[in-house]
Design a protein around this ligand. Structure first.
Ligand code: PEP
Length: 257
C-alpha cells in the first residue's frame, strides 16, 4: 500500500506574513483531522527557500513535512546563490523537489545535474521528488514515452534499488503546468503506468510498486478526485492551487469527501 503524498510547490510566491497566514489557515483545517486523514497520506509544503525558517516555525507540532524547491549538489564552497542539502536539513527540511520543469526549461538544468542533486539529497537523507515531463511539442511529436524514460533513468543514474526506493517521482507534463489544462486521468494513468513499468525493469517489481508517482499539472479541488482514483497515481504536486488554504486542503482530502 503506497501512502499518497500531496505536495505544495509555492514557487516564487508569498512573503513571510502571507506564508505564515497560509500555514495557519491550512493547519486550522487539517490539524483537527490529522489523526484520521493522514493515516494513508502525507502532506508536504515547499515554500521559497528564504521562507523556510518562517514556515518551519509555523509547522511546529504539525504532521506536515517541510520541503525545498531546489538545492545544489555540492557540500559547501564558492557557489554563489546556491543552498546545500545540509543547510536545508538544518531547518527541518525533509523533501526536495528536483528537476522541476521550470528548473529544466528556464534555468537550463539537465539530467546530469539533476542526477547529481538526487544523489546529494539521498546522501543527506532528504527525499528527492524527481520531476519528469514532456513538452507539448514532444507530446505532439509522439516522443512522450522516450522523454519520460530518458528523464527517469538519467535522473536515477547509478542509484541501486534500495536508493531508488527512497525517491518520489512526479510526472508533470510541461503543457499542463500553470496552464489550467490538466492531463486527463486516463492520459496521466497511461504515463504513470509506463513510468512504473520502467521502474520495474530498472529496480525490480517490489521497489517499483513501492515508489510513489505523483501527478502535477493544474491539479485543482475540482479535478483531484478523478486523478487520484487511478491506480498508479499516488498523490499530487500542486502549484497554483496550493496558494489558497481551501483549495489545497480540499486536494489533500482527495477521495475522502
Ligand atoms: C507545479 O508547480 O509543479 C505545478 C504543477 O503547478 P500548477 O499546479 O500550478 O500547474
Amino acid at each position: 500500500m503506497r501512502r499518497k503524498l500531496f505536495a505544495a510547490n509555492w514557487k516564487m510566491n508569498l512573503g513571510p506574513a502571507q506564508a505564515r497566514e497560509l500555514i495557519r489557515a491550512v493547519r486550522a483545517q487539517l490539524d483537527p483531522q490529522s489523526g484520521s486523514l493522514l493515516k494513508d497520506r502525507e502532506v508536504m509544503i515547499a515554500p521559497p527557500a528564504i521562507l523556510i525558517p518562517a514556515v518551519q516555525q509555523e509547522l511546529a507540532g504539525a504532521s506536515i513535512a517541510l520541503g525545498a524547491q531546489n538545492m545544489y549538489f555540492e557540500e559547501q564552497g564558492a557557489f554563489t546563490g546556491e543552498i546545500s542539502a545540509a543547510m536545508l536539513k538544518a531547518y527541518g527540511v525533509t523533501h526536495v523537489i528536483l528537476g522541476h520543469s521550470e528548473r529544466r526549461h528556464i534555468f537550463g538544468e539537465d539530467d546530469v545535474l539533476i542526477n547529481k542533486k538526487v544523489k546529494a539529497a539521498l546522501r543527506h537523507e532528504l527525499t528527492p521528488v524527481l520531476c519528469v515531463g514532456e513538452t507539448l511539442a514532444q507530446r505532439d511529436g509522439g516522443e512522450t514515452t522516450r522523454i519520460l524514460t530518458t528523464q527517469l533513468l538519467a535522473g536515477l543514474g547509478e542509484l541501486d534499488a534500495a536508493q531508488v526506493s527512497k525517491v518520489v517521482i512526479a510526472y508533470e507534463p510541461v503543457w499542463a503546468i500553470g496552464t489550467g489544462k490538466n492531463a486527463t486521468p486516463d492520459q496521466a494513468q497511461r504515463e504513470h503506468g509506463a513510468l512504473r513499468g520502467t521502474l520495474v525493469e530498472r529496480a525490480g517489481r517490489d521497489v517499483a510498486h513501492s515508489v510513489r508517482i505523483l501527478y502535477g499539472g493544474s491539479v485543482t479541488a475540482e479535478n483531484v478526485d478523478s486523478l487520484m482514483s487511478k491506480p498508479d497515481i499516488d498523490g499530487a504536486l500542486v502549484g497554483g492551487a496550493s496558494l489558497k488554504a481551501d483549495s489545497f486542503v480540499r486536494i489533500v482530502r482527495a477521495l475522502t469527501v
